[in-house]
Ligand binder design. Sequence first.
Ligand SMILES: C[S@@+](CC[C@H](N)C(=O)[O-])C[C@H]1O[C@@H](n2cnc3c(N)ncnc32)[C@H](O)[C@@H]1O
Length: 268
Amino acid sequence: MSNKKVFEGNRAAWNQASKYHQQARKDSLLKGFENPDFTTFNSDYDNVVVNKLKQINFEGKIIAQMQCQNGRELLSLMKFGAKEAIGFDISDIAVSEAEQLAKAAKQNAKFVRTNILEIDDKYNDYFDFIYISEGALQWFPDLHNYFAVLSRLLKKGGQILISEIHPFVYLFNNGFDFEKQQLDKLTSYFKKGPYHYATGMDYVGGIEYESDECFWFMHKISDIISAILQADIEIREFDEYNLGNAADETVKLLNGFPLSYIIIGRKK
Ligand SMILES: C[S@@+](CC[C@H](N)C(=O)[O-])C[C@H]1O[C@@H](n2cnc3c(N)ncnc32)[C@H](O)[C@@H]1O
């Protein structure tokens, strides 16, 4: 399958999903960001992430979020003291919502609609810190290209923080039923895909719909770590958790199962 088909399909599918998210949230984010103390980091798992973020000095720094969706996390992150933020996302609808939220929040944050693999060279060596959060890496067939872009955008010594869904969670993504324990329905940890979310991606309202064609890929932990290291980013911290915002209720039943991980890296 061509990469063009993957990225154009995902752009359309995320435009579709973003409209469902907006219907579910109504204007709660717009109203929320009018309050200078408002943050969207408020779950138990967000507390884990926030504790990691507190170890980083953001004062006067230029920061970015990759696959930032409607920018709510980046706008919340700005409250750690950065002087400028840029969010990148492929979805037209998500980026235009992010621009409205940035106005309401009165933050020095800009949003760019682009495929991450095509981010303009004017951002080379531009960022002190790049944030990547849950549900971001699975859209890329090849993580080597992806982390090569991040490395190009980071200043020397710049940091990344990845807070992602654990790939083990994706084993249960293609119709596995916990009660029936259909082990033959597990998605292989070793087969890259592409896979398809046919019933949509409305993780805010939980509405199921016939999704525009979109494609996601399984990346093993070793694929992720190798791609980061090969992009000249050294890994300073790597932790796994059995908490996560994105894991569905059935996966949470598996107490002791990894639901998320955090990696902190630094460009050499
Ligand atoms: C699951 S959402 C998660 C984003 C973020 N963690 C959040 O919770 O808002 C995934 C986002 O990735 C974006 N995306 C998918 N493929 C992309 C690509 N090739 N380049 C840039 N953004 C992409 C989608 O538009 C969507 O907004």
